[in-house]
Every structure is written in structure tokens, then in C-alpha cells.
Ligand binder design. Structure first.
Ligand code: URA
Length: 243
């Protein structure tokens, strides 16, 4: 005998089929079958391996979901917001209601954002003790030079003179350096508030465009246009968990 997982109404509500009250009504109405039999009691326990159907359509249970989003500019990295669209509004195919973004990108930043309900993985990726690499493509106003490179490698003060906050060594790769505009790739190992913008500001340079390309072993799938997303592959999830 399989161990019961949870009540039928919770199962369906967790999978985004409606609120608890709504799915209870559907169950009582006779719209739900478990292993082919109509079940009218919302408190009926569902076991692993049971086949649950709502109006003849199979509803499988996902304990955890993982999506890679190419965050577009203009949406906020939050689960809800009164004014702005959130990154979760973009994940139309999600089943779970308890998804959240792993860390934050500024409203005007684009690029890789992991969206999941795996709290343990999120905690590990964001832990300040783990120093997970995050790589950004950056366009800045000004000329990035070897001096900038050395400064970032040594650490720059993004705090104040009274309360200094010196960043950990970061790697700067200069892709193109012009007088007015430079294109670079920066890898940081922390996640301080507005960190990349503040690091360049400390060097008298202004960030004009910022896009995250990778986080630990996870790389942004370049076939995703801004605003597009896809589920992570098993291999990607495995590598993230090993990080
Ligand atoms: N650093 C920033 O300044 N902004 C981001 O969105 C991410 C890193």
C-alpha cells in the first residue's frame, strides 16, 4: 500500500486548478476521478502513483518546478507587486502557486533568472558563504581599462568613506573599450544590492545596459528572447544541486 501524499482538494489546488474552495466544489460536483473512479469527497487521500483526472484530463503532481527565464527590462523580480508586472506573471505554464525568483535582478536588468519553489536550492545558491559565481554582460559609459580590471580584482569600495563596503575579487573581461562606451563581462561572487552598478559607479562609470548570463553552472539559453522561459533540463537541475 502506497503512503498517502495529501488530500485531494490540496492536490488539485497545489497544481493551480483553482482555490481550495473552487476545487472542493468541482470534486463534489463529480468532475474528479482517482484511478478511474469518481470521488466526491475533498478529504479523500491521494497516494503516490494514483491517477487523478479533472473533467477527464490527467492532473499530475509536481512537487518542485524549475524554470529559466530571460528576464526582460520593465518587470520586477518579485512574486507580486501592486504596480508592476512581476517575473512570475511571465511563467504561464507553471503548475505550482508557490514559485519565486532566486535572488533579484533590478527592474531594468535583463537575463538569467531561476524561478522555482525549491527553497533549499535557493538558499544554497544565495548563501553569502558559498560565493556562487554570477556573470554579467555590461555596457558602460566610459572607458574600461586595465586599471578598472585591477581595481575590481582587488576589490572596490561600494559603501561610503565612513562605512566602507569592499567587494570581493571580481573578474573583468574587456570585450571592447571605447572613450564613450565599453562592453565588458564581469563575474562577481556576491550579491549585494545593485552591486554591479555600484562597482562601476565607484570607478566613475555608469552602467547603461546589464544582462546576467550565468549563475553557478546555469547558463542563459541564448535561444530565449527577453520575456521567454523554459523548464530546466534534468541535467541542469542536477548540476545546480551539486554546486
Ligand atoms: N547588479 C546590479 O547592479 N543590478 C542587478 O540587477 C544585478 C546585479
Amino acid at each position: 500500500m502506497m503512503r498517502p501524499m495529501m488530500r485531494l482538494d490540496k492536490y488539485l489546488a497545489d497544481m493551480g486548478e483553482g482555490t481550495r474552495q473552487e476545487v472542493k466544489k468541482q470534486i463534489r460536483r463529480g468532475s474528479v476521478t482517482v484511478n478511474g473512479e469518481t470521488v466526491r469527497s475533498p478529504e479523500r487521500k491521494v497516494c503516490e502513483g494514483d491517477l487523478v483526472c479533472l473533467e477527464g484530463r490527467e492532473v499530475s503532481y509536481e512537487k518542485t518546478e524549475y524554470f529559466m527565464l530571460n528576464k526582460p527590462a520593465g518587470v520586477v523580480s518579485a512574486t507580486e507587486d501592486r504596480r508592476d508586472r512581476t517575473v512570475l506573471d511571465l511563467i504561464a505554464d507553471r503548475k505550482r502557486k508557490d514559485l519565486f525568483p532566486v535572488g533579484r535582478l533590478d527592474k531594468d536588468t535583463e537575463g538569467l533568472l531561476l524561478i522555482t519553489n525549491d527553497g533549499e536550492l535557493s538558499h544554497r545558491l544565495l548563501s553569502p558563504r558559498r560565493h556562487v559565481d554570477k556573470t554579467y554582460y555590461v555596457e558602460v559609459k566610459g572607458c574600461a581599462t586595465e586599471v578598472t580590471k585591477r581595481a575590481f580584482l582587488e576589490g572596490v569600495n561600494i559603501g561610503t568613506a565612513e562605512e566602507p563596503l569592499v567587494t570581493m575579487p571580481a573578474d573583468l573581461e574587456i570585450l571592447e573599450a571605447g572613450q564613450d562606451l565599453s562592453r565588458v563581462r564581469l563575474t562577481i561572487r556576491e550579491g549585494k544590492f545593485h552591486q554591479v552598478k555600484r562597482m562601476f559607479q565607484a570607478q566613475d562609470m555608469e552602467v547603461l545596459y546589464l544582462k546576467r548570463e550565468s549563475m553557478g553552472p546555469l547558463r542563459l539559453d541564448e535561444s530565449l528572447a527577453p520575456g521567454e522561459y523554459r523548464p530546466l533540463a534534468e541535467e541542469e537541475i542536477k548540476r545546480l544541486k551539486e554546486e
